[in-house]
Write a protein that binds this ligand. Structure first.
Ligand code: ADP
Length: 425
C-alpha cells in the first residue's frame, strides 16, 4: 500500500488520555516511547508497536505521564485532561476490598453489573474492571449479556469467560473456553422470553462455576448489558440482577435509571451512578450494524494484524441430511388458534424446523451442544458458529463456512437473524 503515513508524538501529563479514531481503510501504529500507559486497563509495553484497524476508537491513559508515537491516518487524535478514570479506579478498589473480605470470611466476591443507555462506555468499563482485577492476580468471570455486539462470541449470543490475564491491547480478552448461549437476534426485545431464559441459564452455570472454582468465586462476576433500558428493557435488567444475585449495579450516565434501580432493588444491592467518559464515541444505527458485521468477520478471520487476517475459515460441502436446522420461536398466534392448554407465549420458546432454501442463504447458525432435539436445545450451550454460504438443491448439499476444518461437532444448527457475506473488507 502506498498510503502516506503521518507520524505524530504526544506528550501526556499524569492523569491525561490520548484519544484517537482510525480512519476508514487505514490503520494506525502506536508505540509507547517513554513512561507508562494503558489502553482500557491493559498496560502497554514500551517499544512494542501496536496496530489498530479502521474504525478503532482508542484511549491511551497514563497515571504518571508518558510519550506516545502514532503513525498512520487518524480521524481525530487529541489529548484529554478530564477523564472519569479516578472514579473508575476507586470503584475497582472498592470491589477489591469486597474480594478481600470474601477471602477472609469464606464467602463469595462481588457481582457487579454495568448498565446504561447505548454508547456510554459500558463495555469499556467492564473491560477495565476485569483488567484491573486480573492485574492483581484475580480471575473474575466476565459475562456479556449485550446481544447487540457480543464481545465473547458474536452478536445474537450471550457469553462468559474467565479473565485470567488482562485483555490483549489489540485483540481484546483471551477467549479461553468461553461459554456461549444462542439467542438469535440482536435486540433482547425481539424475544424477551427467550432472552430471560438464557440469562437465567447463564446465571445458573455461573453459580456452578463459582462453586467449583474458589478463585473465580472470590474474584466475582462483572456483567455487561445492552442499552435497552426502558419498559421491557428495564424489566430484563431487573431480571438479570435477580438471576445473578448482583451486589453492585453501576449506572453509567443516567440519573433516571439510577433512581429507578435505587427504588426497585433490594437494600443489599449497592447502586452507584458514574459519569461516562467524554471520549466515548456515539455510533449511529449504521455504524452499529457495521460493528456487528466486523465482529462476525473477526470470528471467522481473527483480528487483522498489520492489515492481514490472522486465520481463515474453511469452506466445506455437507449433505442436507447431515444437519437439522431450527429457528427458536414461532410467530405468535392468537390463543384461540392454539391447542388447548397452550399459551401464545409458549410459541416463543418453540423449536421450529427450517427447510433448506435460499431464504437461509448467508445466515449465521449456532452449532448446538444438545445431544438430540429432545434434549433441552434452548438451554444448551453453543459449540461454535457456521455460515451457510451456498446450497445445491439438486445435489442436496450445503456449502458452509466453518472456523475449523474438522467435521461439525454436532448436527443441530440454530439460525441467527444475522447474515455474513464473505467479502474482503
Ligand atoms: P457501550 O458499551 O455503552 O455501548 P462502549 O464501551 O462500546 O459503549 O464504547 C463505545 C466506543 O467508544 C467504543 O468503540 C470504545 O472503544 C470507545 N471509547 C470508550 N471509551 C473511550 C475513551 N475514553 N476515549 C475514546 N474512545 C473511547
Amino acid at each position: 500500500m502506498s498510503e502516506e503515513k503521518s507520524v505524530e508524538e504526544y506528550r501526556l501529563n499524569a492523569d491525561e488520555e490520548l484519544r484517537f479514531e482510525v480512519e476508514a481503510n487505514a490503520s494506525v501504529q502506536m508505540e509507547l516511547l517513554e513512561g507508562m500507559a494503558e489502553v482500557f486497563g491493559s498496560e502497554l509495553t514500551k517499544g512494542k508497536v501496536y496496530n489498530f484497524d479502521q474504525g478503532s476508537k482508542v484511549a491511551v491513559f497514563t497515571w504518571h505521564g508518558c510519550l506516545i508515537k502514532l503513525q498512520g491516518r487518524t480521524e481525530v487524535a487529541y489529548v484529554a485532561k478530564e477523564t472519569p478514570m479516578v472514579m473508575y479506579i476507586n470503584t475497582h478498589a472498592a470491589l477489591e476490598q469486597m474480594r478481600e473480605k470474601a477471602e477472609s470470611d469464606n464467602t463469595r466476591g462481588p457481582r457487579v453489573m454495568v448498565v446504561g443507555p447505548t454508547d456510554v462506555g459500558k463495555s469499556t468499563l467492564t473491560r477495565l474492571l476485569c483488567n484491573y482485577a486480573a492485574r492483581l492476580g484475580r480471575a473474575p468471570l466476565f459475562v456479556d449479556l449485550d446481544v447487540g455486539q457480543g464481545q465473547v462470541s458474536i452478536p445474537g449470543t450471550i457469553g462468559s469467560v474467565v479473565v485470567e490475564r488482562p485483555a490483549d491491547v489489540e485483540e481484546g480478552f483471551h477467549l479461553n473456553a468461553p461459554l456461549v448461549f444462542h439467542y438469535g437476534h440482536t435486540a433482547p426485545s425481539t424475544n424477551p422470553q427467550l432472552y430471560k431464559l438464557i440469562v437465567s441459564r447463564m446465571a445458573e452455570v455461573t453459580n456452578l462455576k463459582c462453586e467449583k472454582q474458589r478463585k473465580v468465586s472470590i474474584s466475582g462476576v462483572v456483567i455487561n448489558t445492552g442499552g435497552w433500558i426502558k419498559g421491557g428493557g428495564y424489566d430484563s435488567l431487573k431480571h438479570a440482577a435477580g438471576s445473578f444475585e448482583v451486589d453492585v449495579i453501576i449506572v453509567l450516565d443516567q440519573e433516571r435509571l439510577y433512581n429507578e434501580l435505587k427504588r426497585d432493588m433490594p437494600e443489599f444491592v449497592k447502586v452507584i451512578l458514574l459519569p461516562k467518559s467524554g471520549g466515548v464515541v456515539e455510533r449511529n444505527q449504521h455504524q452499529r450494524s457495521d460493528a456487528r458485521d466486523s465482529r462476525i468477520r473477526e470470528y471467522f478471520y481473527g483480528v487483522k494484524i498489520n492489515g492481514k487476517d490472522s486465520f481463515f475459515p474453511h469452506p466445506m460441502d455437507i449433505p442436507f441430511s447431515s444437519v437439522k436446522l431450527y429457528k427458536i420461536g414461532a410467530p405468535a398466534l392468537p390463543d384461540a388458534c392454539l391447542p388447548l392448554g397452550m399459551k401464545s407465549q409458549d410459541n416463543k420458546l418453540k423449536l421450529v424446523p427450517i427447510r433448506p432454501g435460499i431464504n437461509i442463504l448467508h445466515h449465521v447458525f449456532s452449532v448446538s451442544s444438545a445431544a438430540s432435539v429432545e434434549d433441552n436445545v434452548i438451554e444448551s450451550n453453543t459449540l461454535g458458529h457456521v455460515v451457510i454460504s451456498g446450497l445445491d438443491t439438486e445435489k442436496e448439499t450445503f456449502n458452509i463456512l466453518s472456523p475449523s476444518q474438522n467435521p461439525l461437532p454436532n448436527d443441530i444448527l440454530l439460525i441467527l437473524d444475522l447474515q455474513f457475506m464473505d467479502i474482503e473488507i
